[in-house]
Design a protein around this ligand. Structure first.
Ligand SMILES: Cc1cc2nc3c(=O)[nH]c(=O)nc-3n(C[C@H](O)[C@H](O)[C@H](O)COP(=O)(O)OP(=O)(O)OC[C@H]3O[C@@H](n4cnc5c(N)ncnc54)[C@H](O)[C@@H]3O)c2cc1C
Length: 397
């Protein structure tokens, strides 16, 4: 479709920065970039009417991980890098709160609990975590205090991880760890707040534009990059690819895989005590919603292979939901109704570290947010903005 006069001269004129992907990372990149460059022209392109990734479909945990999965992270990354990873999540959550505000996010500091099941696997895992808990506490206490000190009512109050036998008993678990720094937010309100902030920050947000190709033209153009959806071509000085699990469509060499997560909203006969909950090393998670409902999600540990062909999805969806419901009944008791079911997409890799960088002059990325992009995503947007700003010359301030 050829671009007309009003489009080429104004509506779709070349911009300083084009962000591809309207999730947490893309939206916060645009907002942080605006803070550094008040005069720059910024465009955000999202292929879906709302967003097709994790940002609109997540569980809303304001969390930093839990001891079960940290045990694996420490084994894989070593203590220092693991601590850095948790620090990135703490910093990212702070950035999110500072950018949008606690009220706009519907943020509640409820505290979170990791539950260990009363079977041989759960007991073994609990014993391994219990041995490491003092080291984890020592590594994290100062991080939480300095990182969340100005926004969290409990910051500075040790411990940040504590066995909680009372909650374990209430939940029918063998053992539980209380994580008082954790909270939960309202995902719908968060996305809405981002949209308002983008509007206020004069970021042009275009939905329904799927970027299918990126190309750099040689020469001296101030806007050397083109982005095409197959019909129209837009120009930009630089590009931030923030498409998380979908990144390989545009950056084929990036080490990120798109994997699904299923979520159910259930009405149990009895609500658990208020808080967020993790089980099976974080592969299962649940939290309360209004009106006596619980959001119950996860299930990657089931090992079910999602088919590439959408026609074949139904069988796997049913099996996934059956196992998820069984797990929900294990933790919550009898379930009256399932009111919602959906799939969300994660971007994951060999370890839980996000990927931030540049593959060509003017082409940047921040992807692979794993299961904790609500916490880490906004900080990645800030870091990406700093990287772009430190690399690119001649951007309007
Ligand atoms: C079910 C589920 C529950 C989760 N729960 C939590 C939680 O409780 N706490 C937490 O911290 N994290 C959670 N996460 C993870 C978190 O939601 C993600 O890590 C985070 O939203 C990733 O943000 P993002 O901006 O990187 O990517 P996304 O939200 O995936 O956004 C990428 C966007 O790019 C768009 N896009 C892709 N390709 C193109 C293209 N070619 N052109 C234009 N647009 C394109 C997509 O439509 C998408 O909207 C959960 C994730 C899922 C799936």
């Amino acid at each position: 479709m050829p671009i007309g006069y009003w489009e080429s001269e104004h509506l779709l004129a070349p911009v300083d920065l084009t962000v591809v992907g309207g999730g947490i990372v893309g939206m916060s990149t645009a907002l942080h970039y605006r803070q550094l460059h008040p005069q720059a022209t910024i465009r955000l392109l999202e292929r879906d009417p709302i967003g097709e990734g994790g940002t609109t479909r997540n569980a809303g945990f304001a969390c930093f991980g839990g001891p079960g999965e940290w045990l694996d992270d420490i084994g894989q990354l070593g203590m220092d890098t693991w601590r850095e990873l948790v620090a990135m999540r703490i910093g990212g959550l702070c950035d999110l709160v500072e950018l949008l505000g606690e009220d706009a996010l519907g943020l509640e500091w409820t505290g979170g609990w990791e539950l260990f099941s009363d079977d041989s696997e759960g007991r073994e895992r609990a014993a391994a975590v219990e041995r490491m808990l003092p080291d984890m506490e020592q590594a994290l206490a100062s991080l939480f205090e300095s990182g969340l000190g100005h926004i969290h009512p409990r910051a500075g109050h040790a411990p940040v991880l504590a066995p909680d036998l009372e909650r374990a008993a209430a939940m029918g678990a063998h053992w539980a760890v209380h994580m008082p720094m954790e909270g939960m937010l309202h995902t719908g309100k968060m996305v809405e707040a981002f949209h308002h902030a983008l509007h206020d920050a004069r970021v042009q947000r275009i939905h329904g534009f799927e970027v299918k190709a990126l190309e750099r033209t040689e020469g001296h153009s101030a806007f050397p990059w083109t982005l095409s959806d197959g019909q129209r071509t837009l120009e930009s000085r630089s590009i931030a690819v923030c498409t998380n699990g979908f990144a390989r469509q545009l950056l084929p060499d990036i080490q990120v895989e798109r994997v699904p997560n299923r979520v159910l909203v259930v009405e149990p006969e009895k609500m658990p005590p208020v808080g967020t909950y993790h089980a099976e090393d974080g592969y299962l998670y649940f939290r309360p919603l209004p009106a006596g409902r619980i959001l119950f999600g996860g299930g990657r540990q089931f090992g079910l292979i999602w088919p590439d062909d959408p026609q074949m999805e139904e069988g796997i969806r049913e099996e996934w939901d059956r196992r998820l419901l069984e797990s929900a009944e294990n933790w919550l008791g009898p379930i009256r109704h399932v009111t919602h079911r959906w799939t969300g997409w994660l971007g994951v890799g060999a370890d839980r570290m996000p990927l931030l960088g540049s593959t060509e002059k003017g082409l940047f990325h921040a992807v692979r947010m794993g299961g904790m992009g609500v916490a880490v995503g906004c900080g990645m947007g800030r870091r990406l903005t700093q990287l772009i700003s430190s690399t690119m010359d001649g951007v309007a301030d």
